[in-house]
Design a protein around this ligand. Structure first.
Ligand code: SAM
Length: 362
């Protein structure tokens, strides 16, 4: 079976390596799409175990197509009824880049018409949860894919409450993985908000599969095998490390600390994180060991520019005091650090930068 994952471009290599560990073979990467071969077990492992990707798909067909007549006949010839559930609304999404077929509405309506020929009107339901088909065309290479994820993979469901600008869980996980943090060292997020970076750091260090307890769309598909699902869940659970990790998380707002603690409890990592309330502009607090600092400070929409400059200067100083160097995310354009590595990334639709300062021990 051909399987695919979508992700942000800066996370491609992390997604590829993770997918390989989860059993995906013959992997190809192209335009934020990671395609490979696997079976139903691989598909379930990718859904439950991928922490950096957006979604997982079953690819029914991948073919070069440049005209709509061929497009419709290829779409119609696919065995949709073997893969899609009866009595469940089917929504067709489309995306096209650098391709002859570029009208998304035509791609969607032709695909829907082709799929409908496989179902009676009674079987084509208009209510309840939906299953999504994605037609993705990249340089004429047309992928007909079924979304087996449902809610996107970044939704881990431990974050019931958050502050004003929480980062996506998959993004936080990617930041931690790219930061160079060594799991045996303590990590500190001094502007932790709802605790996403701290929680994802522990989940990553423990190698805990992020989707063990959530629902996936594949559970509604006709070929779903609950026993196989349970077997894959247990296999992933066995891969979890039992080591102890130390993460500090603080915020100026005591209410955020309460929220972050609740989130950590729901994620099952509250014993690994020490929370405290602190203004990051204050002197470096006493901590038994010097931590590696990774944080997502405010961007400046709500803070006055002088306050923001003061906060960033204080964070820079703390990162320089950190034994292992530090990393920081920001789109605040005036914050530019000579000698620091940086890379562009997206937090939702917001363009951000990951600033990396490699210290003596990094
Ligand atoms: C962009 S949010 C962090 C969001 C977080 N990554 C999450 O996923 O929820 C920035 C956080 O910095 C905190 N903050 C603002 N000024 C601060 C300061 N001087 N010291 C410590 N925290 C501060 C805010 O209360 C807010 O929770």
């Amino acid at each position: 079976m051909r399987l695919a994952l979508t992700c942000q471009s800066w996370l491609e290599s992390l997604v590829k390596n993770e997918a390989k560990k989860l059993g995906l073979e013959s992997i190809r990467v192209r335009d934020r799409l990671i395609v490979g071969e696997g079976d139903e077990t691989t598909m379930m492992a990718l859904c439950m175990g991928s922490r950096f990707a957006n979604r997982v798909y079953v690819v029914l067909e991948e073919e070069r197509i440049t005209d709509f007549d061929t497009f419709f006949s290829r779409a119609q010839a696919l065995p949709w009824e073997q893969f899609l559930p009866r009595n469940m609304p089917i929504v067709v999404d489309g995306a096209s880049s650098r391709s002859a077929l570029s009208s998304i509405s035509t791609i969607q309506s032709l695909t829907e018409r082709a799929i409908r020929t496989h179902f009676t009107p009674a079987e084509w339901a208009e209510e309840r949860e939906e299953v999504h088909v994605l037609v993705l065309i990249l340089e004429d290479s047309t992928h007909f894919m079924i979304d087996v994820t449902g809610d996107p993979l970044h939704m881990r469901w431990y974050r019931k409450r958050s502050g004003e600008a929480p980062i996506k869980e998959s993004l936080a996980s990617g930041l931690v993985a790219l930061s160079g943090w060594k799991y045996r060292d303590p990590l500190w997020d001094p502007c932790c908000g709802s605790g996403t970076i701290a929680i994802e750091a522990v989940l990553l260090a423990k190698n805990r599969a992020p989707g063990l307890d959530r629902h996936f769309r594949f559970q509604s598909l006709p070929w779903y095998d609950p026993e196989k699902h349970e077997t894959v869940r247990q296999l992933l659970q066995k891969k979890e490390f039992s080591g102890e990790y130390l993460v500090y998380a603080s915020d100026i707002d005591p209410e955020m600390i309460v929220i972050a603690q609740e989130n950590a409890r729901r994620a099952g990592v509250e014993d690994d994180i020490r929370f405290f309330t602190m203004d990051a502009k204050n002197p470096f607090p006493y901590l038994p060991e010097t931590p590696f600092i990774l944080t997502n400070p405010p961007y400046g929409k709500r803070l006055d520019q002088d306050d923001l400059r003061g906060l960033y200067t204080a964070l820079d100083e703390k990162i320089f005091q950190g034994k292992w160097g530090g990393y920081i995310t920001s789109i605040f354009s005036e914050v530019s650090r000579k000698g620091w590595k940086n890379r562009k990334l997206l937090n939702g639709r917001e363009e951000c930068r990951l600033w990396i300062r490699e210290g003596d021990g990094a």
